[in-house]
Design a protein around this ligand. Structure first.
Ligand code: GYE
Length: 309
């Protein structure tokens, strides 16, 4: 009898262990773009599919909100913390607090700069330097190395804005016929892209040939301003951007955007695979980059029907 009771107790304890769902805190940057919306959907849907309890915090575009959210995840004793960091710097204190509490942190989407590598387990996202390079190399092929460029930057201090700018400029610098006339931030937003483009049109008139936007939302906003100014994108102006959201690929198929470099936001499954490993104490590769493609007039129309975001 006693051994039966013991057996039942052991089974109940094992059952409780197996059944206990993982609790994950996710500090998202905000909701600035269609990319971001797709990323949030992927993270939420995949948590639900796996029975993970997701505590979701929208940082509304402010690092201090994200830091506050992470402190609250620590106080709640979550099993793991996922951060999509709005900017690259300023994360050390809150990451040290998570480490002290013994809660593993996974950085997603945007990279950060820290002096101590042990402050997070790994990074999952795209290689923004590679994206900037792909955009510039496509432009060199398309223009034969000639043209005047206006650049619409993403959020100042963010990894994608810093890296997409740097890698693009490095390639352009090798081609004396290509010049970057101006570079201003539209904060990765459609309204920002439109406003900045209007200001640049006032300043430069029609004396430019190319618009390089750090994301599709800004490119789509800029297109509006360009068309309102009486210019024809695809003919008078080459517009290139990054993300490859469905609406931008449609614009490529329509000839309004000339090229968009993919930055895939649908990495929820990959993040939770890593969460499970890290929580189980397994070692994982530190930098996990997604593989991204490029869409222009040669392949845009063909992918439209199956585009997920
Ligand atoms: O390109 C942009 C978004 O961090 C990769 O943020 C992400 C970028 C993306 O707002 O659309």
């Amino acid at each position: 009898m006693r051994s039966l009771v013991t057996l039942l107790l052991v089974l109940a304890a094992a059952g409780a262990l197996v059944a206990k769902p993982l609790t994950v805190g996710f500090a998202q940057t905000g909701a600035e773009s269609a990319w971001r919306t797709a990323n949030t959907t992927s993270m939420k849907a995949e948590a639900e599919r796996r029975g993970i309890v997701l505590k979701f915090a929208d940082g509304q575009g402010r690092q201090e909100n994200q830091i506050r959210a992470v402190h609250s995840f620590i106080a709640q004793g979550v099993d793991a913390i996922v951060i999509a960091p709005i900017v690259e710097t300023g994360w050390e204190p809150v990451l040290r607090a998570a480490k002290q509490a013994g809660i593993p942190v996974i950085i997603t989407d945007r990279t950060i700069k820290v002096s101590d590598d042990s402050l997070y387990a790994c990074f999952v996202g795209s290689d923004f330097l590679q994206e900037g390079r792909m955009a510039a190399e496509w432009l060199v092929r398309r223009t034969g190395g000639k043209g005047r460029i206006l650049e619409l930057q993403g959020t100042p201090g963010s990894a994608p804005a810093n890296d997409r700018r740097k890698a693009f400029a490095e390639v352009i610098a090798q081609h004396p016929g290509l010049t970057i006339l101006d570079s201003q931030s539209g904060d990765f937003r459609r309204s920002g892209g439109k406003e900045v483009m209007e200001a640049l049109l006032k300043k430069h008139g029609h004396n430019f040939d190319i618009v390089y936007a750090h994301n599709d939302d800004m490119a789509l906003g800029a297109l509006q301003a360009i068309e309102e100014a009486g210019l024809k994108p695809g003919k008078d102006v080459i517009v290139l951007s990054i993300d490859a959201i469905r609406e931008a690929i449609q614009a490529v198929a329509d000839g309004r955007i000339s090229c968009t470099v993919e930055c895939n936001p649908l990495f929820g499954p990959k993040v939770y695979d890593l969460v499970a490993k890290v929580v189980a104490g397994q070692k994982v590769a530190r930098m996990q980059y997604n593989r991204d493609e490029l869409f222009d007039s040669t392949n845009a129309a063909a992918v439209l029907p199956s585009r997920q975001y």
